[in-house]
Design a binder for this molecule. Structure first.
Ligand SMILES: Cc1ncc(COP(=O)(O)O)c(C=O)c1O
Length: 421
């Protein structure tokens, strides 16, 4: 008997279909906007120059001549693609060198390079966890972490974003589950820009016998004296079992890695399906990542980390002084504070966020829009992010445009959320 249900029926009636249609009709869709230039501080986008505050190119290295040369050299030497997996025919001496340098940077025994960061998370979590285990994940963790957890068939126990009391409760419950326990958190959360309190999380993991994995996608190349990420910043590198990173942000390329002990990495090397059964990243991507990593680890690295963090503090303060609700500077154990390069502006309502995005876009400023499920319901954000290569004149121009747009927007749509006291 033929089935009565068309498997494609879901593409017609999904819950966002109506919203999407209305947004498209009014040209209000903030996604899939097209660039005609590199991801620089100011870009050419859909026929106009716009200040780029929606990129993850935190150190601005995608245009660095040394990184471009790294890509070019790899292209010339190895060609355009490897046409196969790392396992069979896609491992270059370049991969092995890069893996050694990544492990050295992270201070781990080994590292393994994947074709994307998403695959590094899925390929690690989906392999190291199995039925019977428990994985405890922050509700703000990146989608690729959730995908890896779901793929693994381990019991998933999510806890409310950065709530240590909830994490502790989940660890207590996980103790009764009967299998191994892994806690996985983002070091810097990709939408909110806030830090995971790693020292306390590591303490809880130790007390409950759980392993800890940290996704350093937004922190590697930015935080810590070596730029090795949140674990380094908090001085807990020896208490984090697995550290994931991506090349698609500070490392100015495309790809991902997992760093950890020899025994875990060696197991992933022969068992991780997202590593084994996909084509190796193109040589140019691997060459660019290696060149970027060498800059990060050279004397040129720390001034770049300082510049992007300084820009983040400057821009955060500027937005706050305009009366917008932005993430507050976060306290570090040594008493200092930090603003990560992700500086979200809280809007709340989805439509207001999209309308505000459009007004900024028309004023020549590009930012990202985060709506549910990327953020909690009614927690819509404009996600702004800065680069080390933004100069003060450009950030000031962006702030002036934010000020003008805010004034006009509030006159028409009412007040935006004000800074928290
Ligand atoms: C926190 C986090 N983890 C993982 C990823 C996935 O990395 P990639 O874009 O390299 O696949 C991203 C990027 O989107 C991310 O923000």
């Amino acid at each position: 008997m033929p089935t009565a249900t068309d498997v494609f029926s879901k593409v017609r009636g999904h819950e966002r279909a109506e919203q999407l249609r209305a947004a498209r009709e009014a040209d209000l869709l903030p996604y899939f906007r097209t660039l005609q230039s590199p991801a620089a501080p100011v870009v050419e986008m859909e026929g106009a120059e716009r200040i780029m505050l929606g990129s993850n190119n935190y150190l601005g290295l995608t245009a660095d001549p040394r990184v471009m040369q790294g890509a070019r050299d790899a292209l010339e030497r190895y060609g355009t693609g490897l046409t196969g997996s790392r396992l069979l025919n896609g491992t270059l001496d370049l991969h092995l060198e890069l893996e050694r340098e990544l492990a050295d940077w992270m201070g781990t025994e080994e590292a393994l390079v994947f074709t994307t960061g998403h695959q590094a998370n899925v390929g690690t979590l989906g392999t190291i966890l199995s039925t019977g285990d428990t994985v405890i994940a922050d509700s703000g963790d990146h989608a690729s972490i959730l995908d890896g957890c779901l793929l693994s068939r381990a019991k998933l126990r999510p806890f409310r974003h950065n709530r240590l009391d909830k994490l502790e409760k989940m660890l207590e419950r996980a103790g009764e589950d009967g299998g191994g326990v892994l806690v996985v958190v983002d070091g810097v959360f990709s939408m909110e820009g806030d830090l995971a309190p790693l020292p306390q999380i590591a303490d809880l993991c130790r007390a409950h016998g759980a392993r800890l994995m940290v996704d350093e996608a937004h922190a590697a190349g930015v935080l810590g004296a070596r730029g090795a990420g949140t674990a380094e910043l908090f001085g807990v590198e020896d208490r984090v079992d697995l550290r994931m990173g991506t090349f698609s942000k500070s490392l100015a390329s495309c790809g991902g890695f997992i760093a950890g002990s020899h025994e875990v990495i060696d197991f992933l090397r022969i068992a991780s399906r997202a590593f084994l059964f996909t084509a190796s990243g193109v040589p140019a991507a691997v060459g660019a990542a290696r060149a970027a990593l060498r800059i990060i680890r050279s004397d040129d690295g720390p001034p770049l980390f300082a510049r992007v963090l300084d820009n983040a503090s400057y821009f955060q303060r500027g937005l706050h002084d305009l009366g917008l609700q932005v993430v507050a500077p976060q306290a570090l154990p040594d008493g200092s504070t930090i603003v990560t390069p992700i500086v979200p502006v809280v809007v709340g309502d989805d439509w207001k966020a999209v309308l505000l995005w459009r007004a900024l876009y028309d004023a020549g400023v590009f930012v990202n829009v985060a709506l549910h499920p990327a953020v909690p319901p009614a927690g819509a954000l404009l996600r702004t992010s800065v680069m080390a290569t933004h100069d003060r004149a450009t950030l000031n121009a962006a702030l002036a445009r934010f000020a003008a747009v805010k004034r006009a927007f509030e006159a028409e749509h009412g007040p935006l959320p004000a800074p928290r006291q």
